[in-house]
Design a protein around this ligand. Structure first.
Ligand SMILES: Nc1nc2c(ncn2[C@@H]2O[C@H](COP(=O)(O)OP(=O)(O)OP(=O)(O)O)[C@@H](O)[C@H]2O)c(=O)[nH]1
Ligand SMILES: [Zn+2]
Length: 308
């Protein structure tokens, strides 16, 4: 895949979010694209990771106030600030190509694309992220990705963090792309004995309908190229790891917290079954063989068409 056949994307707005975790401020970026009408997001750690499409000069009559309102500013906003491109308090100044209006790279104000950046490409999961579902570990993964990016080293796993720099690309691809309604039906089929792959197939969907190209385009827009990818999903690595533009320099495992001996991790029969299927049927690269406690009366296999 080359840049030309990637989706066309544009960052529409960026805003600073102080966080409840006591960690660094994050910068939420909202993107539009020419493939779907969804608002995909990038949760960016590091004020200096800059969206080329957001910072590009829009037109001659664009004002500095316009730029500050959409979030195309350097440094920190404060009452009375007049210029988006210069932060006098922090002595930071952005430069632009006079012809194209593109932001010019300057080590002092912009993250260097040659840096190894800790990245998670995360798919929306309303149930796991918002309503305490123990059917999956998506909510736990989103939280842990943010915490890992914020620290320089994760103590109990010794995984190198992002030390305050990194990106969580948040793709609105609920239900591995089939949407929340179909995912709820898939859950009912799983309660009737199917696994997460069989349930999709029984609903006439492929096991995984997602396309990560919008995620790739967002990372390129953010000036990221060398990526330490937080995932267990080999398909994500393949789709992201396509030089010359993006380069997956390392796969950083997302080990379920309960496996790390931490009581705070999600522990449920449904999650064990979900992880087992992702390992056995979707090739997920979870660190250790999953030791599952089979319930004696449970059938080992459920064929895709009938339910035991
Ligand atoms: N169709 C379906 N989707 C599910 C089910 N459980 C979780 N999901 C969706 O699966 C996706 C999980 O995506 P991610 O956590 O980003 O990534 P992953 O493919 O699991 O791989 P990792 O990067 O290793 O986490 C989300 O879109 C969830 O809504 C299920 O039982 N059926
Ligand atoms: Zn989930």
């Amino acid at each position: 895949m080359t840049i030309s056949n990637l989706p066309k994307i544009e960052c529409i707005a960026r805003a600073r979010l102080p966080t409840t975790t006591g960690g660094p401020d994050i910068f939420l970026h909202l993107y539009r694209n020419d493939r779907d009408d969804k608002e995909h997001l990038a949760i960016v750690f590091g004020e200096d990771i800059r969206s080329r499409s957001l910072f590009k000069r829009k037109s001659q009559n664009e004002t500095q106030q316009d730029r500050m309102i959409r979030g195309a500013y350097v440094g920190k906003l404060y009452p009375g600030r007049k210029s988006a491109d210069v932060d006098e308090n922090l002595n930071l100044k952005l430069e632009f190509d006079q012809k194209t209006g593109e932001l010019l790279f300057d080590e002092r104000t912009t993250w260097n694309r040659s840096n190894n950046t800790l990245v998670r490409i995360h798919s929306e999961c309303y149930t796991g992220e918002n309503v305490w579902s123990a059917r999956c570990d998506c909510g736990e993964q989103l939280d842990r990705a943010g915490r890992l990016i914020a620290v320089d080293n994760e103590e109990h796993t010794n995984i190198k963090g992002g030390d305050g720099h990194g990106v969580i690309v948040y793709l609105r691809q609920e239900g591995r792309g089939i949407g929340l309604g179909e995912k709820l039906k898939a859950y009912n089929l799983q309660d009737l004995g199917a696994d997460t792959v069989q349930a999709n197939i029984m609903l006439n969907h492929p096991p995984d309908l997602r396309d990560f190209s919008i995620g790739k385009a967002i990372l390129i827009d953010l000036g990221i190229s060398n990526i330490r990818l937080l995932t267990n999903n080999p398909d994500k690595i393949d789709q992201i790891n396509s030089p010359p533009v993006l380069n997956c320099t390392e796969r950083v495992p997302m080990i379920p917290i309960n496996w790390l001996g931490d009581e705070k991790g999600i522990k449920s029969k449904e999650l064990e079954g979900y992880l087992k299927t992702k390992i056995e049927k979707m090739g997920h690269l979870l660190q250790k063989p999953l030791i599952l406690h089979h319930h004696p009366n449970e059938k080992e296999e459920v064929s895709a068409n009938t339910i035991a």
